[in-house]
Design a protein around this ligand. Sequence first.
Ligand code: PLP
Length: 402
Amino acid sequence: MEQLIALEKRVCANNYDPLPVVLRSGAGAWLTDIHGKRYLDLMSAYSATSFGHGHPRLLAALTEQAQRLAMTSRAYYTDRLGPFLSRLCEMTRMDRALPMNTGAEAVETALKAARKWAYEVKGVAPDRAQIVVCAGNFAGRTTTIVGFSSEAQYRAGFGPFAPGFVTVPFGDAAALEAAITPDTAAFLVEPIQGEGGIVVPPDGYLAQCRAICTRHDVLLICDEVQTGLGRTGRLLACDHDGIRPDGLVLGKALGGGLLPVSAFLARDDVMAVFRPGDHGSTFGGNPLACAVGLAALDLLEEERLAQRAQALGALLMAELRALRHPAIREIRGRGLLIGMELDPAQVSARVFCERLMHRGILSKDTHGTVVRLAPPLIISEQEIGIAVVAIAAILQDIGIAA
Ligand SMILES: *Cc1c(COP(=O)(O)O)cnc(C)c1O
C-alpha cells in the first residue's frame, strides 16, 4: 500500500490530498482496498456513482455498446444519441439537450448559450452580457469558471479571468433582483451548493428566483450536476420548488458512474442560438456514453431511486440529529446529499474522515468543517445503520468537550 501511494505521489500532479487508502474494486455501496478490507461508500465520487459500483445493468449496457460501436464523433448520426437525449428531455421536461462529457464543459456550454441568447434574442449590445452567480458556487475548474468562484484557492495564480460575471449572496433573492441590469443574460445557480459545503437555501428561494428571472427576461440556469438525477429525493432539486429553469446542467451521475457524461438542456428558443460549427466536443454524445446514460436514466426510474433517496435521506438525517453530540453543529441537506458540520474546536472534518476510514467508511471533508454524507442511492437501510453506528462511535471517542 505504501508503495502504491508513494508511486502515485511521485508521478501524479499533487492537485488532490487523498485519504490514505488504495482502492481496487467495488460492488454496490461497497469499495474494497488492495488488502481486501471493505469500506462503505458515503461519498459516491461526489455523486458520480449514485447507482453504486458495478451495477450489472449499467455494465451490460457498457460492454454491449462497447463491442458494437463506442465512438463516432458527431460528424455522423448514430442510433444511440436520439434515444438517449429524447429520454433525458422527456424526464426533465426540457426541449433540447447538448451533450458534453464533464460537468465543467456543460456549464461552459450553458454560459455560451446564455451570452449568445442575450445578444441574439434579448438584444444586449455586443460583449456586454452579464451572468449573475452566487458566492460559494462550484461549477468546475476551467479558467472561466474559477474566474467567478469566490474561493481564493480555486483562483489564485490562474488569472487573468473572463469578465462578465456578477456575484450575489446565495439564498438571497432580493440581492439577485438588485444585481440585474438590462445587460443581464442569466442567473446561474446550484439549488443546493454541494462543494460549497452542502448549503441549503431558504425555502422558496428558487421559486422567488424563477419569478425574478421571468420578470426581468433573464435566463434561470440551474447547475444540477451534483443535485440532479434523484440525489436530493426528487429527479431534480428544482422540483422541490416546483419550478422549471430555462437551462439545466447535468453531469456526474448521468454517466452511471462508468463514464463522464454531461449535458446542457434548455428550451427550444435558447438552444436555437447554436448553429452547426458554433460549439462542440469530440467525445460529447458518443454512442458509448449515450448507451450508459440511457441505461442510467431507466434505472433511476425503474428502481425509484429518487423516492429512495428521499426516504433514506430523511432516515439518515433523523438518526444523525438524534445523536445530539456537541461536536455536531448542524446536520443539513436534502435526500441523500447531507452535510455534517462539525465544531472545528472539537474535531476537524479531515480527522473525522480519517477515523471513519479506519472504521470501514469512506467520506471526504469539504471546507474543513463539513463531512459529506452522500452514499449511492442504492444503499440499503441496513447499510445506513452501519454508517450511523460508526459515526456514533467516533463521536463517543471524541468525548464531550468541557
Ligand atoms: C462537480 C460539479 C461540476 C463540475 O463537474 P466536473 O465533471 O468535475 O467538471 C459542476 N457543477 C457542480 C454543481 C458540481 O458539483
